[in-house]
Design a binder for this molecule. Structure first.
Ligand SMILES: [Zn+2]
Length: 86
């Protein structure tokens, strides 16, 4: 019998489990969104640590794409992001 139940064998396994997170409303379409496969512990660090004290999201979630990281921070969906003309 463990505190974590049958689903997790170790604390590390629990913390590294990949979750789907809801992102804030996109300023372009007004809808929330989801980003998949975020490690639980990284998400907890992101939302509970003051911005000045936590690593940048690039360092925290290097396994996500730039678009996914942008959506987590701003809520803007990759498909809603205005394309910049060079
Ligand atoms: Zn959108």
């Amino acid at each position: 019998m463990t505190h974590w139940g049958n689903e997790y064998k170790t604390l590390e396994e629990y913390e590294n489990r990949e979750i789907s997170v809801e992102t804030t409303k996109c300023i372009f379409c007004g809808k929330t969104g989801r980003v998949e496969k975020v490690k639980r512990q990284d998400w907890i660090t992101l939302i509970w640590t003051p911005p000045r004290e936590r690593p940048s999201i690039q360092d925290l979630m290097p396994y996500l794409s730039i678009d996914e990281r942008e959506q987590i921070i701003s809520g803007i969906h990759p498909e809603c992001m205005p394309k910049e003309e060079e």
